[in-house]
Design a protein around this ligand. Structure first.
Ligand SMILES: [Fe+2]
Ligand SMILES: [Fe+2]
Length: 162
C-alpha cells in the first residue's frame, strides 16, 4: 500500500498535474488507506496521528469540492439533486469530524465514531465516483483547469492549517 506523498511534497505539485476527478479520486484513495491503517493499529499515538491526518484531509477535500468542483459541476449539469445531496452529506461529515478531531482516542466509543465516519465517507465517495464523476466528465467542463485550480487551493488550505 504505497500512496503518493503528494501532500507532504509541496514542491512536487507542479510535476504532477491531475485533472479534477483524478485529483479527487487520489484523495479518496488516500483517506480510505488511512482508515484501513486506523483499524489495524493498537497504538494510541498512532491512532491520534491518523485521526488528525484523516480530519485534515477530509476537511480540505470537502472545502475544495464545495468551493470549486461542486459549483462547476452543478452549473454544467444544471443539477438540482446530486450536488445538493452531496453538500448535505458534507455537513454530516463535518459534524462527525468535529466529534473526533483533537479528541483523545479513549476506547470503544471513539473507535465507533471513527468506524461510522469511515462508513459514511465510503458511502459518500461511492456516490461521487459512481454518479457525479461520470456525469461531470461527460460535460464540456475543463477538467484539467479545474484540477489545477483545486490543487492550488488545497495547498493554500493545508498551509493555513499548518
Ligand atoms: Fe464530497
Ligand atoms: Fe470527494
Amino acid at each position: 500500500m504505497t500512496s503518493t506523498p503528494k501532500n507532504t511534497a509541496k514542491h512536487n505539485n507542479s510535476a504532477k498535474i491531475q485533472d479534477a476527478t483524478a485529483l479527487l479520486h487520489s484523495d479518496h484513495v488516500l483517506v480510505s488507506g488511512l482508515f484501513a491503517q486506523y483499524e489495524k493499529t493498537r497504538s494510541t499515538p498512532k491512532k491520534m496521528e491518523l485521526v488528525s491526518q484523516i480530519c485534515a484531509e477530509l476537511t480540505v477535500h470537502a472545502q475544495v469540492e464545495e468551493e470549486i468542483f461542486y459549483p462547476a459541476v452543478k452549473q454544467a449539469l444544471k443539477d438540482k439533486e446530486l450536488v445538493p445531496e452531496a453538500t448535505v452529506e458534507h455537513a454530516t461529515l463535518k459534524e462527525l469530524i468535529s466529534q473526533v478531531e483533537g479528541v483523545p482516542p479513549d476506547g470503544e466509543m471513539f473507535n465507533a465514531k471513527i468506524k461510522v465516519l469511515s462508513e459514511y465517507v465510503k458511502h459518500h465517495v461511492k456516490e461521487e465516483e459512481d454518479e457525479i464523476f461520470p456525469k461531470a466528465k461527460a460535460t464540456k467542463l475543463d477538467m484539467a483547469a479545474l484540477g489545477a485550480q483545486m490543487a492550488g487551493r488545497k495547498q493554500e488550505l493545508f498551509a493555513q492549517r499548518a
